[in-house]
Design a protein around this ligand. Structure first.
Ligand SMILES: Cc1ncc(COP(=O)(O)O)c(C=O)c1O
Length: 330
């Protein structure tokens, strides 16, 4: 079975397991885990930010990140199929009291005109105050699409003029970085706060980070603990993240090449699939997924008429070619 349901399915490599076993650890709630501290410092520096905080999941990193720029009762604007709107099970409303309004864009990108029409940073006691704009890069449900850095810079100046913050859900920002050669620090410049994951394309078993100012991260540490996310000798997991940063970033280009094979097989223009996710329309997505599974390829239905295939560290070139053959035959 070739499993293309998600890039979260990867299992740690032998070398990653060895790095985990050798990790120096301490109690991270006391700030005394040297491996977690090293990971947080390294990731903050990569994005040119003051600080970062390690979280068990990308969802928690997003909740902490959005809450750092949006107060309860205020709103964040995001694209309609953004992970924060669609797949975090309402956490931003249920847990941190954030409301959302969404724009629509076929590739998940910021639509400046719609955003300008929606923005309401200060309409007194009449309308919810917009406090932030959120961009997902790469965009999961739109098919691993990349928002160009120039587009993000435009959004940044627009947000500055309006006095609102920019949040980047960068669960797969590493993929955008590799696909476009945009420095990670450039992504840091356009965002007030980011969430990045180590457990997707980078192949770590667990782990994400919220990245931002020292003050925002200090508050996020309190909220993380309040929500039960204060972890102890978690350097054992941070070591997997450090190993992934050393060894699994540049190789994402292989996943991107494999995804282009799948795109062609599914009848999708490979030029619209710049990274590791392919989204295709089928009249009956669950039926197509079932037929693919019978033929030895697991993909997902992410909507009634939408299927998704994701390449990752545990899919070799040979497997990608084989899966492409199966999908094309269906
Ligand atoms: C774009 C994006 N953001 C955030 C997340 C949340 O990550 P986690 O599953 O670790 O909570 C995901 C998960 O797939 C994602 O695709």
């Amino acid at each position: 079975m070739i499993d293309l349901r998600s890039d979260t399915l990867t299992r740690p490599t032998e070398a990653m397991r060895a790095a985990m076993a050798a990790a120096e650890v301490g109690d991270d709630v006391y700030g005394e885990d040297p491996t977690v501290n090293a990971l947080e410092e390294r990731v903050a520096a990569l994005f040119g930010k003051e600080a970062a905080v390690f979280t068990p999941t990308g969802s928690l990193a997003n909740v902490l990140a959005v809450a750092s720029v949006v107060e309860p009762g205020q709103e964040v604007l995001c694209e309609a199929s953004a992970h924060i709107a669609r797949a975090e099970l309402g956490a931003h409303g249920a847990v941190t009291g954030v409301t959302m309004r969404t724009w629509r864009h076929p590739s998940g990108a910021p639509d400046h005109e719609q955003i300008a029409d929606m923005l309401a940073p200060d309409m007194g006691p009449y309308f919810v105050a917009t406090a932030a704009i959120s961009v997902e890069n790469t965009h999961n449900f739109a098919g691993g699409t990349v928002t160009d850095i120039e587009d993000l810079r435009r959004l940044r100046s627009f947000a500055d003029e309006a006095g609102v913050a920019v949040h980047v859900d960068g669960a797969r920002l590493w993929n955008a970085h590799v696909a476009t050669s945009t420095p990670l620090s450039a992504y840091g410049e356009v965002a007030d706060v980011l969430a990045v994951c180590l457990s997707k394309g980078l192949g770590a078993p667990v782990g994400s980070l919220m990245v931002g100012t020292a003050d925002a991260v200090a508050t996020a540490r309190v909220r993380r603990k309040r929500l039960g996310g204060g972890m102890r000798q978690v350097g054992i997991l941070a070591a997997a993240g450090l190993h992934a940063l050393d060894h699994h970033v540049e190789r994402l280009a292989e996943d991107h090449a494999h995804a282009r094979l799948l795109a062609e097989a599914l009848g999708v223009d490979p030029a619209t699939c710049p990274t590791n996710i392919v989204v295709a329309q089928r009249p009956d997505a669950p039926a197509f997924v079932a037929r693919a599974a019978e033929a030895g390829v697991r993909i997902s239905a992410v909507g009634p008429r939408t299927v998704r295939a994701v390449t990752h560290l545990d899919v070799s070139r040979g497997q990608a070619e084989k899966a492409a053959g199966v999908l094309a035959s269906l």
